[in-house]
Design a protein around this ligand. Sequence first.
Ligand SMILES: [Zn+2]
Length: 163
Amino acid sequence: MDIPGFLSGITFAANAYKAAVELQDEAKIIAATYELQAQLTIAGAHCIAMNEKVAAAADHERMLKTRVRDLEDEIAELQRRAAERERYDLVQDFPGTFTLRIKESARGAEPVHHICPGCMDNKALKSILQSENSIHTFFKCPECGTVYRTAETPTEEGMPFAF
Ligand SMILES: [Zn+2]
């Protein structure tokens, strides 16, 4: 029953009670009293049900706000990752070996370096490749352990790795 429905039930019962009192008809007064009590009980039940609906709606709204906040955080994290990935180019400094090299335009004060493409693109982890030997012909990802050959082994001295 909607609110006007049960309010008109109470009004009707109250009017019947008033009329019975004016008539001083005890039987009608008793019947009208019962009817008024019944209508008030129905109204009370409606109020309880409405309170429960309001509480459920508030819970739902809180849950939706939390979900929106979580999604906003997720979007911000994805944008941060995409921006970080954008700073690197996929390069092939040695035939068949692909690494991600920092773009000159995005380098700033950082030294030239390469990162592991597997870790960056599959696990969203930035792992800077570290030299495995003194002549810098092999580099290793400290995160996944992949070794990247970056240059021929020199046959003469003084053939530095040209990062
Ligand atoms: Zn890696």
